[in-house]
Design a protein around this ligand. Sequence first.
Ligand code: GDP
Length: 434
Amino acid sequence: KAVVAIVGRPNVGKSTIFNRLVGERISIVNDTPGVTRDRVYSKVEWLTTEFNLIDTGGIELGNEPLLVQMREQADIAINEADVIIFIVNGRDGITAADEEVTKILYRSNKPVVLAVNKIDNPEMREDIYEFYSLGFGEPYPISGAHGLGLGDLLDRVVELFPAHDGKLENEDALHFSVIGRPNVGKSSLVNAILQQSRVIVSDIAGTTRDAIDSPFVFDGEDYVIIDTAGMRKRGKIYESTEKYSILRALKAIDRSDVVLIVIDASTGIIEQDKRIVGHAHDAGKAIVIVVNKWDTIESDQEAMRKFEAEIRAHFLFLDYAQIVFLSALTKKRIHTLMPQVRLASENYSKRVETSVLNDVIMDAIAVNPTPTVRGKRLKVLYATQVAVKPPTFAVFVNDPDLMHFSYRRFLENKIREAFGFEGTPIKILARKRG
Ligand code: GDP
């Protein structure tokens, strides 16, 4: 998928436009406890094209001076994006800070679309002409506050996407990535996995800006491991900002079927783990939790049970994810990992038969009748699986508003019990039956 970045000096309206384009409010997502969210990266659909949008303004760069921050944000955009949306404020004219950003963008070879924000009505359109002088071609007048001009802007952005985008090498292989905070042992784990596979197809197959893709064969199956950890040595920014490494992890997650979340047994779970886990969960991918450095723990069944309980308590919403305890260093229990990756992936792509699904749902309803809200009872008519990756079920009902979180959760559990969806999230959509 193509990546689009929004850049511009502070207060030109980057975040407003980001939220407009993403099409949802930040505050509404709040049903998964324990997740810290920062929306700097999100999926956008425009007509038939999907792309990923980055709000570089949302990337905090510590207490550095504004100018340095702007420069680094522009750098990030240049490194990450296929197309850059450069936003200026139509009411202020061209400022010194705009010129600073312009200079940095010139040096990149990335296509830039210039958007002049706060053009809230047609009379203000004259204000955009001076921005031609920045040298990015035709400026697009927009109003983030009123949602004007965004369609034309997006049309232009999509035109500039690289032609062969979306075509992957090794497309049929199971793609998985290894994520986690620094020093949990991601690189060590990647090495250990590649060592245990009998056939490494080639050392390094694809190297993107963000990750090294290593294809390998294990038990006769094709895999590609997407390694972001190995890229750390590439530059100052890559090292210095946590959010930036999250961004890189998100892009790896996006290309994965299965995400391995690595937790360090020697330190336990900390806040930063939660943030990373939240992002992985949001992406809707299959997940395996890897507790690494298990060699540092006096290992017995009781220790495992305790650690598992801690994980479950912190990540309630990840109850479907299997947990593997191992040591990347000593290779202890490393053989338990790949079977879980395979299982998670199979479940992630699993289809169930409609007739069996409906039997399961009707049995569930017989056990636990549908709720009644303000005198109106939820009626479930029919269910069918509408997608895989992750498995997604449409449940047709008399009124979708009556399908509350707890009942949805109940149905999800019954579907899981019946079909076994270990390792993968599943989605239930309540649809009105006309
Ligand atoms: P990354 O930042 O997540 O890629 O972590 P690294 O793979 O670079 O590992 C960070 C440190 O943890 C290194 O010093 C490793 O040797 C050490 N380490 C990695 N895996 C293990 C393990 O299973 N047990 C122990 N004791 N140390 C480990």
